[in-house]
Design a binder for this molecule. Structure first.
Ligand code: PHE
Length: 334
């Protein structure tokens, strides 16, 4: 029996190199492991082996069977690999690599920051969760001002709220720095407004603040015109309309001539030829006082523009919600 097992084991070894295709593997299986195969025949002889040797011979037979099965498995796996290999067409072009893109808001904000940096402004930031003092009180909002109403402001408690504009950063900058100050403050702001194509509950602003000796409204107008020409194009005109903000006096709203129709009137400017882009004014003396800046010695100007609206104008986006959808088909266009 020993001798037979050894012989079959040798046969397995010599047949193994021939297992190069499916038919050979199947013939091998039948020859050794099939019902009438050599290994099976040896198992049948096990009954004739003397009892005391049976355990040991049985173990040898099992090893032999496992060896045959192992060779079959290895050859089958090799076959499958080679099938895959022969089907790989190496001349095919590779899969395209998908690159991420900057969000249109990021593109616009970076460009604005770049322009103001060039004009000598540094960049500052403040928290989005803000105290009533910074968001309202220090900015000269009277106690019954409608902007404090629950409708507009997300209050966290009596003192804490989600900032409704970037103007509180003006206060933080004046608290921590002595004039001359020349800073811009981009960031997210929150307002409890009904969500629609034109308004969203959060958006972005870019605030500007300059405080120094002898600052006048002309300086403000000059810097805004320089910005508008750099951002919208050299032919751009600006128009200032009187307005009101608690923290600036006098105050104005600024329109730029429509960069698409150059003032003729189109869908983007709603046929007026003008686009409203920001609010501005001379820093109210009360605000300077709240920050321990002497209004007799210093004056300043401030402005705040809505980044989302400007991005929408630039790219002709007609629904602000698209900026928040994370829709690849939309975002890949920029
Ligand atoms: N904070 C004002 C707003 O949110 C904009 C503004 C900023 C106006 C600075 C004047 C000066 O509408």
């Amino acid at each position: 029996m020993d001798e037979n097992i050894r012989k079959v084991s040798e046969e397995l070894d010599s047949a193994a190199p021939g297992l190069t295709h499916q038919e050979a593997i199947e013939a091998f299986r039948i020859r050794f492991l099939g019902r009438k195969g050599t290994v099976s025949a040896l198992f049948e002889q096990l009954g004739t082996v003397p009892k005391e040797q049976r355990g040991q011979i049985g173990k040898q037979l099992n090893d032999l069977k496992n060896k045959a099965q192992g060779l079959i498995d290895a050859a089958t796996a090799g076959q499958q690999n080679s099938v895959i290999n022969t089907r790989t067409d190496l001349t095919l072009p590779g899969y395209p690599v998908q690159f991420g893109k900057l969000h249109p808001l990021t593109v616009v904000m970076n460009e604005m920051i770049e322009i103001f940096r060039f004009l000598g402004f540094s960049v500052a930031s403040g928290p989005e969760l803000e105290h009533d003092w910074y968001n309202f009180e220090a900015l000269n909002f009277e106690h019954d001002h409608p902007a404090r109403d629950m409708q507009d402001t997300y209050f966290i408690d009596r003192d804490l709220l989600l900032r409704t504009h970037t103007s509180p950063v003006q206060i933080r900058v004046m608290e921590s720095q002595k004039p001359p100050i020349r800073s811009i403050m981009p960031g997210r702001v929150y307002r409890n407004e009904a969500v629609s194509a034109r308004s969203y509950c959060l958006f972005h602003q870019l605030e500007g603040l300059l405080v120094d000796k002898n600052v006048s409204f002309v300086d403000l107008k000059t810097i805004l015109l320089a910005f508008a020409r750099e951002f919208f194009g050299p032919q751009t005109k600006i128009k200032l309309r009187p307005s009101f903000f608690p923290f600036t006096e006098p105050s104005a709203e600024v329109d730029v001539s429509c960069h698409l129709c150059h003032g003729k009137g189109c869908r983007v400017c709603k046929h007026t030829g003008w686009l409203e882009i920001l609010g501005c004014g001379m820093v109210d003396p009360n605000v300077l006082k709240a920050c321990n800046v002497d209004p007799e010695e210093y004056s300043g100007y401030a402005f705040g523009m809505g980044i989302d609206r400007i991005a929408m104008m630039r790219y002709g986006i007609d629904d602000i919600r698209l900026l928040w959808d994370n829709n690849q088909r939309f975002l890949q266009q920029f």
